[in-house]
Design a binder for this molecule. Structure first.
Ligand SMILES: N[C@@H](CCC(=O)N[C@@H](CS)C(=O)NCC(=O)O)C(=O)O
Length: 729
């Protein structure tokens, strides 16, 4: 087997998990009491901390490559938990090792198991995983792949048979040559004859056959690798695509509670794990077991039970020794990898802080810190190397002892006349060949265990169910700009228990109207968009579009009917053109330009260095807040849906930008039913009607003029507050 087992820290997840579970059990009560505002859930291979107010999840990770937000794989479970305990989250501080997401709410009620169902998954056993894997390796709908599997297995079988043939040919060649050598006529021929003449045709043919059999075995092996590569890659691709599609099908609640990086790592590691498990099984484990069976059967037939028993016993002891030592020495590899990570982090941290180091003349201190990590690495790698040497020596010693014993048995048989010298050579050859794949048994065992953990994480992810359920064969939503009415009827919604967002919220909007929604922060303005788009489901009550309950219609048709301009328009790391075109990829270049013009973006883009081909940078970093909002509006214009939802950004824009955005919005809302969530009231001053949200219900509604005419209204107060001009005082 080719050695591609080199990596590293991940190999220890299982061991670490055991430790986490142990430490977790001991500390769970304590942890729960100090982190009264968060629930801590053991969710292999990490602890999830779920906020009881908004259900956002943070993670305590115990092994992972370092990222700007975490400490990498340096902390043991105990240390991290100790840090959590020491750093009482009541203070709002983030404990060491916790990857923070959007929230760290202090003080809230206890979350029940149901509340955290966004992280709920079904347990996946190893049998489930292998069953799942078989669907990809032996796909019912793909005969070509099944043919390849059959061919690979045949080649595997052929290669092993050839492999076993080699010692046989060698045996016959040795016996034949031995006979030639002990025949008197042979002496006379030597010196002047060609090799075939000197050896005789049989011995000559056997030796040539020996070479051919070896080459054929190697050829079959390589062909098997090439044929099977497609099966493995095809399975990986299909599975990765299925996981990707599954992730897109999950609800927003799931995605808000997950780290995107962690999800992509899950796919990445899971796919690599599949490749590894498949390769290990097909190229190492199964062939070795097959070869062992073949060899012991041959030995049994040739020499009797003693031979077969010795071969199987030797391999058994070898395997037991290898697994035990591998298990024991894993700790050194864990320490080595951890120290390596730590040394790398220390060096990077120190070099990033170059100026600070210089300002305080702390070069010596930095060097000592770095050297301390390197010392740990050195010590751990020495232990790894020593233990590897012990493992290799032990394996060789066991195998050599077995080999000697079998040959002693063979020698006794030769003396008794029931075996030939060739038989002794054959026995030696058969066993020796077996030692080659067994030489990687420890590494295969270690890596397969890790791969199974990675696969389990990925398969577990596949069991997460979206909480947005579609009824089967739901009819499409039928709506156009003339019929795009919206009605919320007795809607109750909360993200987590004890914190209602909407209480029996009811209102309706006529088709073609422009509605402004205002209210204090946390009043549920943005949640309204999420409910309408079915990112979340109300606990009770219904929402209707054109009289059709959005729960009962096809989700795709619902989402096609609504264009959303989000609060924070996130862009793809691509050109501005692609980002605008994303609103409707079927539209022409000219239509994209037209939308961009209506969104007041076109002229600005033309002044950029590469115009529409300008790259916007990761997540649109190169664009200002106002420009990103206009991209959002242009996309919505391009989508040209009968309903438009605009969630205005909170960031304060300068008045010129605000004016441009208002103009763009006007263009976007022509002929649509639009809801504009407004943080700045000036954005909705021209709306047909403004709804004021307060404590989960609509407290006021009317036009801007009607609402400002009432000095005791909340709207009036908000308007006053936002339109104070210190200079005019
Ligand atoms: N004979 C040993 C070692 C095999 C070996 O050399 N493995 C390679 C990886 S394919 C290695 O670098 N091992 C380093 C180690 O196990 O520390 C076993 O059965 O695991």
């Amino acid at each position: 087997m080719r050695c591609h087992l080199g990596s590293s820290a991940m190999a220890v997840a299982l061991l670490i998990n055991k430790r986490i579970q142990k430490v977790f059990r001991t500390h769970v009560k304590l942890v729960r009491s100090v982190t009264s505002n968060h629930s801590i859930i053991l969710n292999k291979p990490q602890l999830s901390i779920v906020c009881k107010q908004c259900a956002v999840t943070s993670y305590l990770r115990f092994y992972s490559s370092p990222s700007p937000n975490n400490q990498g794989g340096q902390d043991s479970a105990k240390n991290v938990l100790a840090a959590v305990l020491a750093n009482k989250p009541k203070t709002g501080k983030i404990p060491v090792g916790v990857q923070k997401r959007d929230c760290f709410h202090p003080g809230a009620s206890v979350l029940s198991r149901e509340d955290i169902s966004l992280g709920d998954t079904k347990p996946v056993s190893t049998v489930d995983m292998f069953r799942g894997l078989m669907e990809y390796v032996w796909p019912k709908d793909n005969q070509a792949i099944r043919n390849r599997v059959t061919l690979s297995l045949s080649l595997l079988f052929g290669a092993k048979v050839m492999n076993v043939t080699v010692p046989f040919l060698f045996k016959y060649a040795v016996d034949e040559v031995n006979q030639v050598a002990t025949t008197p006529a042979g002496d006379a021929l030597l010196g002047m004859a060609t090799v075939p003449q000197a050896l005789g045709t049989t011995a000559f043919s056997l030796l040539v056959g020996y070479g051919l059999a070896r080459a054929t075995a190697a050829g079959f092996n390589e062909l098997r690798n090439a044929v099977f590569a497609r099966v493995a890659q095809h399975s990986i691709r299909r599975l990765a695509c299925n996981v990707f599609t599954h992730l897109h099908n999950l609800d927003l609640g799931f995605h808000l509670g997950r780290q995107t990086g962690a999800l992509s790592k899950t796919i990445d590691r899971g796919s690599r794990a599949i490749n590894f498990v498949l390769s290990a099984m097909i190229f190492n484990v199964v062939p070795t077991i097959f070869e062992l069976t073949l060899v012991s059967t041959i030995l049994g037939v040739k020499g009797g039970l003693a031979f077969a028993g010795l071969a199987v016993g030797c391999v058994g002891v070898y395997a037991a020794f290898t697994l035990a030592i591998t298990q024991w020495r894993t700790q050194f590899r864990v320490r080595m990898n951890r120290a390596e990570n730590q040394a790398g982090n220390t060096a990077i941290d120190s070099l990033i802080n170059y100026e600070t180091v210089k300002y305080f003349n702390n070069e010596r201190h930095e060097l000592e810190k770095y050297d301390a990590s390197l010392r740990q690495y050195e010590s751990a790698s020495l232990k790894t190397a020593w233990s590897l040497a012990a493992l290799n020596f032990g394996q060789h010693a066991i195998f050599s002892a077995g080999l000697s014993l079998v040959m002693l048995l063979a020698a006794r048989e030769i003396a008794a006349g029931s075996m030939t010298v060739g038989d002794l050579v054959m026995v030696n050859g058969l066993l020796f060949q077996l030692s080659i794949p067994l030489g990687f048994l420890g590494s295969v065992y270690r890596e397969v265990r890790q791969a199974l953990v990675d696969m389990q994480t990925m398969f577990t992810l596949m069991t997460v169910q979206s909480r947005i359920k579609e009824i089967q064969k739901a009819p499409p939503l039928i709506v156009d700009s003339r019929t795009a009415t919206i009605e919320f009827r007795d809607v109750n919604f909360k993200y987590v228990n004890g914190k209602p967002i909407f209480n029996n919220l009811s209102f309706s909007i006529p088709a073609g109207a422009k509605i402004g929604i205002v209210g204090g922060s946390g009043s549920g303005k943005s949640t309204m968009v999420r409910l309408l788009y079915r990112f979340f489901e109300p606990q009770s009550g219904n929402i209707f579009i054109n009289g059709q309950n959005i729960r009962d219609v096809d989700l795709v048709s619902l989402r096609k009917a609504i264009a959303v301009v989000p609060q924070d328009c996130v862009l793809f790391h691509d050109t501005i053109f692609h980002n605008l075109h994303y609103g409707d990829l079927s539209k022409s270049r000219e239509q994209v330009y037209a939308a961009s013009r209506l969104a007041e973006l076109h002229d600005a883009v033309l002044t950029w260095p590469k115009g529409y081909e300008t790259e916007v940078g990761e997540r649109g970093l190169k664009l200002s807040g106002g420009e990103k909002q206009r991209v959002g509006i242009a996309r919505a214009i391009l989508k040209d849906a009968p309903l438009l939802l605009h969630d205005e950004a909170t960031s304060s824009l300068d008045s010129l930008t605000e004016h441009a955005i208002l103009q763009a919005l006007k263009a976007a809302t022509v002929g649509k039913t639009s809801i504009c969530i407004a943080h700045r009231l000036s954005t909705v001053a021209d709306a047909d009607e403004i709804l004021v949200l307060e404590r989960g219900a609509i407290s006021e509604r009317g036009s801007h003029h009607q609402l400002v005419a009432n000095p005791s209204s909340l709207y009036y107060k908000l308007w006053e507050k936002q339109n104070q001009h210190p200079l005019s005082k």
